[in-house]
Design a protein around this ligand. Structure first.
Ligand code: 6PG
Length: 249
């Protein structure tokens, strides 16, 4: 991994989520001090649920200055059990005082996946005032990692891995026989900070490969997340980090 990643291993998931929530709060404080707002792309799946539930108790955060986007989404309506938006709404967004207008969900209910991506890309460009040819800079992008080394909806050997100009695309995932919607690598790698949260023994082999192995990023896409001028953090629990070789100090 060429970018210097800060890897922290926590004895248990509780410690992982407390540290992640505190890092989130630190990012908020820095961003609001620096430019009056905080923009975050939330990750989906199951791991971040506990982080979101913990963040909902951080009552002193300036929620009205926090703007929520989604790093990826399934091609489903917002009330689907599969929806990352639904998970975030139930765990966090419905429990904080920030205005609903600060939440930008992916319109997964739109039947045509490419149209979903085009619409959401326009939403991002308008919010960040991103001119064609350049990329928005999120203050924080939260990411998870699958046991196959995928992140967001950038799955091994899928077309979206090659995307160099779009911000947000529909990505056909053969193993699920469906399109997923995802931020692209140029956006992930333009973030001020990327924080991976990885928990559980099923992630251990992929984590070792991503952080310490030499297989290609095509096969382990999380390896391709290397912010060009941002901070990269990996917060993992002991179970996920079980296969990591101890780093020489
Ligand atoms: C999604 C996520 C995805 C997730 C990993 C890990 O839409 O599922 O964005 O990239 O982060 O699949 O998922 P778990 O946290 O459920 O293991």
């Amino acid at each position: 991994m060429s970018v210097q990643a800060a890897v922290q291993v926590f004895a248990d998931p509780g410690g992982l989520f407390r540290a992640a929530a505190d890092e989130f709060a630190r990012c908020v404080k820095d961003a609001v001090t620096a430019h009056g707002r905080f923009t975050v792309a939330l990750s989906g799946g199951s791991t971040p649920k506990s982080l979101y539930a913990l963040l909902a108790t951080y009552s002193t955060l300036p929620w009205d200055k926090i703007y929520f986007f989604f790093g990826d989404e399934r091609h489903v309506p917002p009330d689907s059990p599969e929806s990352n938006y639904r998970m975030a709404r139930e765990a966090l967004l419905s429990k904080i005082p920030g205005p609903a207008s600060n939440v930008f969900r992916v319109p997964g209910e739109t039947p045509d996946a490419d149209q979903v991506a085009i619409t959401y890309e326009q939403t991002i460009r308008q919010f960040f005032k991103t001119p064609p040819g350049s990329f928005p800079r999120f203050d924080l992008i939260l990411l998870g990692m699958g046991p196959d080394g995928h992140t967001a909806s950038l799955f091994p050997k899928t077309k979206a891995l090659q995307e160099k100009s779009r911000l947000f695309v529909a990505n056909w995932v053969e193993k699920f026989k469906t399109s997923r919607l995802t931020l692209t690598l140029p956006v992930l790698n333009n973030a001020a900070e990327v924080m991976f949260l990885v928990s559980g023994p099923d992630k251990a082999p992929a984590l070792r490969e991503v952080l310490q192995g030499d297989q290609s990023g095509e096969l382990f896409p999380a390896k391709l997340v290397q912010p060009v001028s941002g901070k990269l953090m990996w917060l993992v629990d002991q179970a996920a980090g079980a296969d990591l070789r101890a780093q020489k100090s």
